[in-house]
Every structure is written in structure tokens, then in C-alpha cells.
Design a protein around this ligand. Sequence first.
Ligand code: BTN
Length: 334
Amino acid sequence: MHTADRILELLYDARGGWLAPEELARRAGPGGGGAELPAGRVTRAIAALRERGQRIESSPAHGLRLVRPARLDAHLIERDLRVNRVGRNVICFDQVDSTNDVVLASAAQSGSDGLAVLAESQRKGRGRLGRRWSSPAGANILMSILLKDPRGVLAHDALTIASGVATAGAVESVCALRCELKWPNDVLIDGAKTAGVLVELHGAGRRASAASGRNIVIGIGVNVNAAPPAGEVDRPATCLADELGHSVERIEVARAMLRGLDQWIEKIARSDLRGLHKAWMDRCGMINRRMAILSEGVRHVGRVIDVSPLEGLALCRDDGSTVWLKACESSVVD
Ligand code: BTN
């Protein structure tokens, strides 16, 4: 491991506490406590980390400390993540047009399945239904995951639902906030949107050949430390920091999201969808409510009676008939 990565781990794990340079040199040395690193290597590593955008304060009296929340860092996200597929490789950028485009561009490379791309900001962040997704730089999670699915075993609708469930689960576990899911995958806290998911399917047809490829991009935006600028959204929005009253470590939320997605996607690949249905229902405030849903340009009104990871949302219409509306093609009409 690079010295800078080891020093970053030590500073990050100190949770905003101070560490003396000698202590860092001792703990970053070979064997983690035996031989010390030369002081010059610690100094160079700190300079390299500052160059990578990490804010490291130094005080003659106390030593060094990493300002938390930290800047996104691939090593800190990947470290000890224990995933099989999603998040095996992570890349963090400063600014891109859209993380969905960046991750898709890697599809031709071998080993890119499961790649997660994050950015501090996006120039052209996309939302569902042709909307923009805007987020102040350095505050939130803007993340996309590539899934290569040449045999078409990953059901698009199930992925659409799983992405919202994994995001809600991550927010709940890291922040102890109760999340609700709005069809198909908006994550709400107390009625205000805090995360959204855009799943894009690329490649010929739902069952493309291995040669033509079938790539799925899951793009997730989570308002962690900043809600979207006033006037840029037409619905109530919030961020995790506002709900908690303190800033939130994006790295921890991103790690929990990757772990959750890895587990759900492994189940979807095995066609085991029972847990996904329950996880969605547990966070669904829509059952038995009368709603208007837009699906492929048609507005359907009725009472929500069920959701299914494969069939979609079941709406009982006023004439008593039931219609199933696919997750990847429908949204609640606000
Ligand atoms: C929505 O409309 O609710 C979906 C928003 C999805 C936003 C994310 S941010 C990361 C990824 N890159 C994009 O351009 N969009 C998605």
C-alpha cells in the first residue's frame, strides 16, 4: 500500500482527532508499530494527500488532523469493503459531465463490471424524465455503477427497485434516519426527497448477445450535506445533514450503498426477489393510497395495492380493474 494511503487511513480513523507526526510515522511504518517511517516520507505523504484535495490541518502543539467529512477517496471507499461485484473498483473524480457517462465509457475495458464512479460535481447531471440533477460541489454523493449483463439475467425493473432500497438502507444504517420510498426509487425523509436513482440500459434489446453487450448503469444522487439550490427543484427536498443537524461522512454512506447494492444484485442475478419485495414494502407509504402514475405517457389513477420487483406497481383503477405499471417506465405524478 502507498504510504499516503496508509497515512490517510490513520488520519481518517482518528475521526477528526489529532495525531502527532511521530505517532503517524510509527503506525505507518513496516509492521504498523515496529520500525518508524522516516519523517521525510510522512511529510511527503501529507503533501500528496493535500494535493489530492484532502484538508489536513497541522498544529505545532497537537500534530495533524484530517478535516471530516473528508473529500471522496477511492482507497477509503474500497478499503475492507468485502463486496463480490459492486464496488470492487472505485474511481473518484473532481468534476465530470455525468458519472453515468463516465462509467459507461469504461464498459469496453475488461474488469469494469461493478465499477463505481463518483464525482465531487457534475456539469450535466441527469435526473429521471429528462430532468436535471444539480448538486453543489463537494457536498453530496454522485455515483454511478456499471453492470455488464451480456446474458440479460438482471431484470431492469428489479434493479430499479433495488437501487432505491439499497440507498434507503444505507441512509438508515449510517444516519439512523427513517426513509420512505416513493415509486419507483425516490428516497424521502419526512416527505422530502433526499436521493434519486436513474437506471439506464445500453445495448441491443433486453437480451443482447455477449458480443453486442448489454450494459446497465445505475446512477444515484444522494443529498448528503447540501440540498439542491433553491429554485432548482419543484418538489420538497432535503439533505441528511439538515435532518441530523450535523454534517455526514459521505464515504460511509457510499460504502453502505455499495455493500447493499452488491447484496441485492447478487440476489437479483439468482432470481431471488422475495427479500426485495419485503424491503420495498417496509418503506412504502403508498399502499392503499389513491395516486396518479404516469407510465409511458399515459396517466393512470387508482389505489395502490402492491409492488412487485418484476411486474411493477399494481394500481386498482376506479372501474375495479388492476393495472401493473413497470418500475423503469413509470413515476408518480406530483
Ligand atoms: C432522479 O431524477 O431522481 C434521479 C437522479 C439521479 C442523479 C444521479 S447523480 C449520479 C448520476 N449521474 C447523473 O447524471 N445522474 C445520476
